[in-house]
Design a binder for this molecule. Structure first.
Ligand SMILES: Cc1cc2nc3c(=O)[nH]c(=O)nc-3n(C[C@H](O)[C@H](O)[C@H](O)COP(=O)(O)OP(=O)(O)OC[C@H]3O[C@@H](n4cnc5c(N)ncnc54)[C@H](O)[C@@H]3O)c2cc1C
Length: 405
């Protein structure tokens, strides 16, 4: 597409600023609107896995990200009383800990700072109407102003409102049969730099992870047949979480005792975003708005980075937006689907064993996988791991040099 054109990105989370970075590099004028008044630097640990690592390398952000690494050494499974079941150090097969571990908010800030000087950020702003005139997108904002853009890229996350204006019929949520809650609690010296996971009777799965110097992050997931949340208020959600934590052991008791002082409480359904198409006319989705795999997979950030890189690259490479959006979806969708399809309601039920028998089987599996024999047999060497990362997704090389008409 012709350089210099003005492109609107809605959402200053992860995929939005990453896309802004590449579009600016290819010569476009980028405006990013964010509904929140300031950068949303909340969230827990995000793993930059596989192909996402290639993108941060291409962006030259590795040192910056490493300086903010949570230093997680690996994952330990504990029983309800806090006794060790199995240990999966960083690099082991089956570990939660990836090569790059960063708090979502820190990562959002790194991306914002890498783009703020070159792209125009408008906080506290959102789209209230948009129309594809054929020649451009005519966008109305919440302050009543109207502005024309060549394209609109929607990076508003799972529950995007702007997406609903253009692609309502094309979006479906795939509920996986569980609720999730995450937030931070005060760190204790004994937390160290490990992630601790506990399978509780009744299907409650809890993980504590190193956050920052003063905080430990908590992710609790538990089986729940219904998608709806009884009562739409925070108090009702907290009550549901408290029920799930009741009688689930020492870590659950610690969380319960802290819940009243939590400031960043999140509770929601474990649902994936499934879109039958990622674009319509001059409007296109990127990141969680297109394909959230759920935070439980830990892959949303990496997938958002991959999509942002390819979308911007194809906009720079192709003659028209139709060609660019088609090429972007054709390249990225198969990769996303593999990741999304790794989770199913059945797998979620298995990972959230309800009975003592189920939990005993889970622990046996954890011990077996963590054993030296299994790790020796299946753990890839550092060279092989590097190769796996390089081959995770084969990126087209974009120089952004060719302009679109
Ligand atoms: C506050 C927060 C905490 C999170 N915590 C975790 C976590 O702990 N673990 C995890 O795996 N994933 C978490 N996520 C999701 C994770 O960031 C994404 O899976 C992934 O990084 C892809 O990012 P994204 O940019 O597509 O979406 P997001 O990171 O969700 O960013 C979307 C952005 O769009 C903004 N927005 C929404 N609606 C509008 C609108 N109408 N107009 C303008 N802007 C809008 C949002 O405020 C947000 O800043 C969190 C997301 C948010 C917003």
């Amino acid at each position: 597409m012709k350089v210099g054109k003005k492109i609107l990105i809605c959402g200053a989370g992860i995929a939005g600023p990453a896309c802004a970075y590449w579009l600016h590099k290819y010569g476009y004028a980028v405006v990013v609107v964010e509904r929140a008044q300031t950068l949303r630097d909340g969230g827990q640990n995000v793993d930059i896995k596989g192909a996402g690592q290639q993108v941060i390398k291409m962006m030259g952000l590795v040192d910056e990200i490493e300086s903010k690494d949570t230093l997680e050494q690996g994952q330990k499974y504990l029983d309800a009383a806090g006794n060790l079941i199995a240990t999966f150090p960083k690099g082991a097969i089956g570990t939660l800990t990836s090569d790059f571990e960063i708090l979502r908010g820190d990562f959002a800030r790194v991306l914002f700072e890498a783009t703020n000087a070159d792209c125009e950020y408008r906080f506290g702003r959102f789209v209230t109407d948009l129309e594809d005139t054929g020649a451009c997108m005519s966008v109305t904002f919440d302050d009543g102003s109207v502005e024309d853009f060549e394209l609109v890229i929607c990076a508003e996350g799972t529950n995007s409102a702007t997406r609903a204006r253009i692609l309502a019929q094309e979006i479906r949520f795939r509920y996986l049969g569980a609720s999730m809650s995450f937030f931070k609690i005060p760190r204790r010296p004994e937390d160290g730099n490990w992630a601790y996971s506990v399978n509780g009777v009744g299907g409650t799965f809890i993980t504590l992870r190193p956050g920052n110097e003063t905080e430990t992050t908590v992710l609790t997931t538990f089986l729940r047949k219904k998608l709806d949340i009884e009562g739409d208020n925070v108090a009702a959600r907290r009550r549901l979480l408290l029920q799930a934590l009741k009688g689930r052991g020492t870590i659950a008791d610690r969380i319960t005792a802290q819940l009243d002082t939590v400031y960043d409480f999140y509770f929601g359904p474990m649902s994936q975003v499934k879109a039958s198409t990622w674009s319509k006319g001059r409007f296109v989705l990127v990141g969680d708005a297109a394909h959230s795999p759920t935070p439980f997979t830990g892959t949303g950030t990496a997938l958002g980075l991959v999509g942002a890189y390819v979308l911007a690259g194809e906009i720079g490479r192709c003659e028209t937006h139709t060609e660019a959006f088609g090429a972007y979806e054709k390249l990225v969708r198969p990769y996303i689907e593999v990741s999304q399809n790794q989770l199913s309601p059945r797998l979620i039920r298995i990972l959230h064993a309800k009975t003592w028998f189920g939990i005993s089987l889970t622990r046996l599996t954890q011990r077996t996988f963590a054993s030296t024999v299994v790790q020796k047999l299946f753990r890839p060497s550092p060279a092989k791991r590097e190769k796996q990362v390089a081959e995770d997704f084969v990126f087209p090389s974009y120089d952004g040099g060719r302009t679109m008409r």
